[in-house]
Design a protein around this ligand. Structure first.
Ligand code: SF4
Length: 422
């Protein structure tokens, strides 16, 4: 399909469209409103991203949709984006890499059609926006760069957006039947938590609603036909409360009955603790759970490992969390990554218990997930146990979240970091 600069300028990703906007678009094409329900059913319930597979739509409509939503890729005019667009993703299984064929990855990435047009664009490209066709016949705008699989059932995807920016998202499986999507909300992160690989490359930009939704749909599509996502945790790269304008509409689609149909209480937003963001969530009375990353029992340690604390110290964060609880009636979870020799001692447990005394809260203790680029260590099982016991003895409700996906570089930012030159 030929692509002009005019159509490129008009491009708006399919997943940016609300139900009402899609209805208006179809109406402008002279089509009835019920088509919206058909299309959304394919995308959200039947897990296809391909317009050509929407077999209850007419062939003309499928073609029209495919043409209307080709995702142009942006590059510096040298065709680099188009060349990359035509490459197939990498599978990393038990640390061993191979290139996936489009058949192996299913319908969620580029096909022969894409590769063919990608080559044409790469050969003759001169415009500033490459006509690379990754998004041809797809509701998606991103390109799958790599999929990493762990033997505990976790799968991590590395997705590249049209501007070349990359993010990670993870599918976590557990034996209770939970199928959780952990999504990113920003490219890189400005918060610079010392124990996190995401901040290593700095912050680039916020993700859009469509990009966040695409992470969810791609993870949902990894599951077999009879399964679907049961939970969403917004705990990937980036600070969610700094991108609520994109995140909340994406979550609204995830929880809509004609969307991914997840229960509101199955969604958890995890924040580093930006008081204004927490207060906005309270003011909008969002129906989701809130997790606050505390990770230290005092400002001295928190200043060191979470520089954001120098702007908003613990007292401010806890005060905003109190507002959230009072307004919504929903208990806040405090996340606490245990870093050996830093915040995992009995004195830290006692200090944390004093901090949270009289609060309706739960502490999620997470033994650190080691990243080769970072100097921190995971505490021993004995240290972890002692810490948890001390909190419980002080009357604090505690959960231990054991690490999943160690073998797939599951800590946020690690896969993106390890494949940064590919
Ligand atoms: S832990 Fe979260 S907030 Fe902190 S740097 Fe990593 S992604 Fe950003």
């Amino acid at each position: 399909m030929e692509k002009t600069s005019e159509t490129t300028a008009e491009y708006r990703p399919f997943l940016e469209y609300s139900k009402e906007e899609l209805a208006a678009l179809l109406k402008s094409w002279g089509l009835p409103g019920y088509r919206v329900g058909q299309i959304r059913r394919w995308v959200f319930a039947r897990k296809t991203d391909r317009f050509s597979e929407m077999s209850d739509l007419s062939k003309e409509l499928r073609t029209k949709l495919a043409e209307a939503f080709v995702a142009p890729r942006q590059d510096g005019g040298n065709g680099e984006a188009a060349k990359k667009a035509a490459s197939l993703p990498i599978l990393i299984e038990n640390g061993v890499e191979k290139t996936l064929s489009s058949a192996e990855i299913g319908g969620t990435v580029e096909t022969g059609k894409v590769a063919e047009t990608g080559k044409a664009a790469a050969d003759g490209e001169t415009s500033s926006v490459a006509a690379a066709p990754v998004g041809f016949d797809s509701v998606f705008e991103g390109r799958l760069v790599a999929k990493s699989v762990s033997d505990d059932g976790s799968e991590k995807l590395l997705i590249e957006w049209r501007d070349g920016a990359r993010v990670e998202c993870v599918l976590l499986r557990d034996d209770r039947g939970h199928r959780s999507a952990c999504v990113s909300v920003q490219v890189g992160c400005a918060m610079k938590c010392a124990f996190c690989a995401s901040g290593l490359g700095g912050f680039s930009r916020n993700l859009t609603k469509s990009e966040i939704l695409e992470e969810l749909l791609r993870l949902n599509a990894l599951l077999p036909k009879e399964e679907r996502l049961t939970h969403i945790v917004v705990m990937g790269t980036g600070e969610p409360t700094l991108n609520l304008d994109a995140l909340l509409p994406a979550l609204a689609e995830a929880t809509a009955s004609d969307g991914l149909d997840l229960g509101n209480r199955k969604v958890t937003i995890s924040t580093v603790g930006i008081p204004a963001g927490i207060r906005r969530l309270a003011a909008e009375n969002v129906p989701y759970k809130l997790a606050v990353s505390l990770h230290a029992p005092n400002d001295r340690i928190r200043d060191e490992i979470m520089p954001q604390n120098r702007i908003h110290p613990i007292a401010e964060v806890l005060s905003a969390a109190d507002v959230f609880f009072k307004t919504t009636g929903r208990r806040v979870t405090f996340e606490y990554i245990l870093l050996d020799g830093i915040n995992a001692g009995l004195e830290h447990a006692a200090e944390l218990a004093r901090l949270l005394r009289n609060k309706t809260a739960i502490v999620n203790v997470i033994p650190y997930n080691p990243a080769p680029e970072l100097p921190f260590k995971t505490p021993s099982t004995q240290t972890t146990r002692r810490f948890v016991d001390a909190l419980e003895d002080a009357g604090i409700q505690v959960k231990i979240r054991f690490r999943k996906g160690d073998k797939i570089n599951a800590a946020c930012g690690q896969l993106r970091w390890s494949l940064r030159d590919r």
